[in-house]
Design a binder for this molecule. Structure first.
Ligand SMILES: [Zn+2]
Length: 481
């Protein structure tokens, strides 16, 4: 538990229990003080749960995990089982080191892959089985180091082999040597730069919309990583929204706006971590209606700063506060009520160039904590070959050569790597999640010419990635899909 938390922290079990009353922290509105100052004072008194996420079994070391079982050191997980070191993974099982994946099984080290079994070291592939280092492949089986393939079997470097030849060639790969594995990763990155055809965007079934990674969206503009929605503007990462604007990490909203990590609502505005109707400036409230400036409430109506009012009193006081707020009304919750240090938040994924000075000037928080450690051996000193590594490595504290953070190899991770003969990771798991995730958070498009028809297109690949072959939607469909 962080020593510098600005509010009391309860275990999730205690927080959801009946032994405390958020209304007991209620404050009377003081018209002589700014509203946000009062909201911050209230926020610092009301307990928060140590984890968000519910209906889990054996997920104590994961955050933002829901309806899952046996999840270790992972974040943003829904309906999964037996995962470790995963980020934003849905309905997947028995896998390690997945980022932004859906419906995966027994897979390792994949980014934006869907519905695959024993798929490893791959990106943007679907419906693939028993394969390694695939990029933009669909319905492939027994393939290695290949790209843009459809319905293939026994391919290596996009060359067709017979079953016998394939097995002989596959045996030449040694994923158990860290050095060899690294050379395959470099080869794969070079394929992405020089050989693979990249789609103009990753939107599927969209109409009248602009942005990237949208599925089933209509009239969504400047929207990213968003699904099953209509008429949204300026949104990042979420789903099931209608007529909503300026939202990040939210789902199930209608007629709502200016929200972050809101889990559902109708006419909810300027709020975070809440589920509500007809409410504004909420933080951490569940199933409330007609509440304004409240923290940690459940199933309440007509409350302001965690105090109960009648409907008439509520309307009157709410209007007075809005009038007192002046221009501040309509702004999102200020940085001063942010619940963690900016540089430890998901903000660094989307806006990595934000500086400490900018955040502190806005009243936000920045961690100065040094997480580096000297207590362990550099992971680069591990034996190169997995076949020469025994389970005693699990008891060894390792230092990541890049972050200098300390980490270890869990028993289940060791067994997984041993069974597959995959070299153990040398980098800290935070970096293993953060680095691939960066590929999926580009919000700015760059100008390119279609590789096939040469028409001008805008695509979400920064020029420094060096992708040479980017295809417009029509040409991609014609030549690849
Ligand atoms: Zn084209």
């Amino acid at each position: 538990m962080p020593e510098n938390a600005r509010f009391p922290i309860y275990t999730s079990h205690e927080w959801w229990g009946d032994n405390w009353e958020p209304m007991s922290f209620g404050q009377e509105y003081d018209p002589t003080k700014p509203f946000f100052t009062q909201l911050k004072e209230l926020q610092e008194k009301v307990p928060r749960a140590h984890q968000i996420g519910r209906k889990n079994y054996a997920c104590d070391w994961s955050e933002d995990t829901w309806e899952s079982k046996n999840i270790y050191l992972s974040r943003a997980i829904w309906k999964c089982e037996n995962l470790s070191y995963c980020y934003r993974v849905l309905t997947s099982k028995d896998s390690f080191d997945l980022v932004y994946c859906f419906d995966m099984q027994k897979s390792y080290n994949c980014l934006f892959c869907h519905s695959s079994f024993n798929l490893n070291f791959s990106e943007n592939s679907r419906d693939c089985i028993d394969s390694y280092f695939l990029f933009d492949c669909r319905n492939c089986q027994d393939c290695v180091m290949s790209w843009n393939l459809r319905n293939k079997r026994y391919c290596i470097r996009n060359q067709q082999y017979t079953k016998d030849e394939y097995e002989k060639e596959l045996a030449e790969f040694n994923f158990g040597s860290y050095k060899k594995l690294n050379s395959y990763k470099i080869e794969f990155e070079n394929i992405l730069k020089n050989d693979a055809i990249h789609r103009e965007n990753f939107n599927i079934k969209i109409t009248n919309s602009s942005g990237n990674y949208m599925t089933n969206c209509d009239k969504c503009k400047n929207v990213f990583s968003w699904e099953n929605s209509q008429n949204c503007l300026n949104c990042i990462r979420g789903l099931n929204a209608k007529d909503s604007i300026d939202q990040a990490f939210t789902w199930n909203t209608e007629n709502s706006g200016n929200n972050g990590t809101v889990d559902g609502g109708y006419q909810i505005k300027h709020s975070a971590h809440s589920v509500a109707k007809y409410s504004e400036y909420l933080d951490n409230c569940i199933d409330v209606e007609n509440c304004f400036g409240c923290i940690g409430l459940r199933k309440k109506k007509y409350c302001i700063l965690n105090r109960q009012y009648t409907k008439e009193e509520y309307e009157k006081l709410k209007n007075k506060i809005i009038s007192d707020m002046g221009d501040e009304y309509g702004e999102f919750l200020p940085y001063s009520v942010g619940i963690c240090d900016y540089n430890l938040s998901a903000g660094v994924l989307y806006f990595p160039k934000t500086t400490k000075e900018e955040i502190v000037e806005q009243g936000g928080y920045w961690s100065e904590e040094d997480f580096s450690s000297k207590d362990g051996i550099l992971s680069t000193e591990l034996t190169d070959e997995m076949k020469d590594t025994d389970s005693s490595v699990c008891g060894q504290a390792l230092i990541c050569p890049i972050t200098r953070y300390r980490f270890n190899i869990s028993q289940s991770e060791f067994e997984f790597h041993k069974n597959r003969n995959f070299a153990l990771p040398r980098e800290h798991f935070d970096r293993r999640m953060l680095e691939p995730a960066r590929k999926m958070v580009v919000l700015k498009s760059s100008p390119y010419k279609c590789f096939y028809c040469k028409k001008d297109i805008m695509a979400y690949y920064p020029p420094e990635w060096g992708y040479q072959k980017i295809a417009c939607e029509e040409c991609y469909k014609q030549h690849i899909a």
